[in-house]
Design a protein around this ligand. Structure first.
Ligand code: FE2
Length: 371
């Protein structure tokens, strides 16, 4: 007889090997694309809409470094995109993974109990062929499997190619991790989903002893692909004296969903300086945070006096250190936000910064009357 642990070890991982793109469903894709181009520094690389033969949606594809985003809006009221926006506000609909075999990954995932969202379809244009399939994950979020080895276009077939560089490029490189917020006591369900369906493993975990302040708490487990290119932390609320930010998210998003996308940079001081100039708002920490850095982190290459005015946070683990900063939510509902991260060897997710960061989020919750 095999124990659950032994049978888990036999789950062959899917072939997915990296993040491919993120699709947001938004109320106004034209304006959202402007925000991503001018505020976050993305190039416009593609468009799909009525002018390209798609009558009910408009989409703009954006790229910076290896990060691909697409923003999509509905042109009619009864469209699934419109329903998504009505319920959730602007938010992440799809987290797509690149794979050498989309059909096999999809079929294996469904055989392992994942719910189908889109059967494998081959899409083609003058740049070649892409196979796309998708399954459901937490909330109304889906995972796409994208097989693009026979495709040379900038985004996906069906998009008219565009080449409009951002005037405000910020040096963003690649997606480091994508975090999902789930409801009370639901983290284990989704941890097991990524183990059982994807063959991912638990890379790190944090409980309320790591992630709490005087008032609020959460728990988190980081699920990762074998090659570590895909990291998907999952947060659930934990009991505290006041309302967890995870619960606030789920209340405003009206379901589980993607909380933040962390994007790496090779020079966080330069990146954050540019993003601030572009008008991006970040969470802030008290200046006293920086007094403890020499004793808590030790020697770093950056000048602390450069980090302080920008509010960049620093953490260390046994492998090295990392620098990170979080934007405020980028829509009116306090839901989705971005993290900017620079790793200098460290595999940390910023455990040493959780307290300072969450106190900053609590100040905003207090102002919204939702703490
Ligand atoms: Fe993060």
């Amino acid at each position: 007889m095999t124990t659950p642990k032994e049978s888990l070890d036999k789950v062959t991982p899917l072939a997915v090997n990296d993040f491919d793109h993120i699709e947001y469903y938004v109320g106004n894709a034209k304006q959202a694309a402007y925000f991503y181009r001018y505020a976050l520094g993305f190039d416009l690389v593609g468009y799909r809409g009525p002018e390209t033969g798609v009558k009910d949606t408009a989409s703009y594809a954006l790229k910076q470094g290896s990060v691909r985003l697409v923003v999509t809006a509905a042109l009619t009221p009864n469209h699934p995109v419109a329903e998504h926006v009505l319920k959730h506000g602007d938010g992440v609909h799809a987290v797509a993974f690149t794979t050498p075999n989309a059909k096999a990954d999809y079929e294996t995932a469904v055989a392992r109990g994942a719910q189908s969202f889109q059967e494998p379809t081959v899409q083609e244009d003058e740049h070649g062929k892409v196979t796309v399939a998708a399954i459901h994950t937490y909330g109304d979020t889906v995972h796409r499997f994208i097989e693009r080895e026979n495709y040379s276009g900038a985004f996906l077939p069906g998009f008219r190619e565009m080449n409009v560089p951002s005037p405000n490029a910020a040096g963003l490189g690649r997606i480091d991790h994508i975090v999902g917020n789930v409801g009370w006591n639901e983290m284990e369900t989704w941890v097991s989903f990524y183990e059982r369906v994807f063959g991912f493993f638990e890379f790190k975990h944090f409980d309320e002893n790591d992630v709490s302040t005087e008032f609020t708490a959460l728990r988190s487990k980081v699920m990762a692909s074998p090659g570590l290119h895909i990291k998907m932390p999952i947060n659930e609320p934990a009991e505290g004296r006041k309302r967890s930010q995870i619960e606030e998210y789920v209340d405003f998003y009206r379901s589980q969903g993607v909380q933040h996308v962390a994007i790496s940079t090779g020079d966080i001081v330069k990146t954050v300086t540019q993003l601030k100039k572009n008008g991006i708002d970040f969470q802030t920490v008290p200046e006293t945070y920086y007094d403890e850095i020499p004793s808590r982190i030790g020697e770093i290459k950056e000048n602390i006096e450069d980090l302080k005015p920008l509010g960049i946070l620093v953490d260390r683990d046994e492998h090295g250190y990392m620098l990170q900063i979080f934007t405020k939510p980028v829509e009116d509902r306090p839901t989705f936000f971005f993290e900017i991260i620079q790793r200098r060897g460290s595999e940390s997710f910023g455990k040493g910064n959780f307290k300072a960061l969450f106190e900053s989020i609590e100040r905003d919750q207090e102002a919204r009357g939702t703490l």
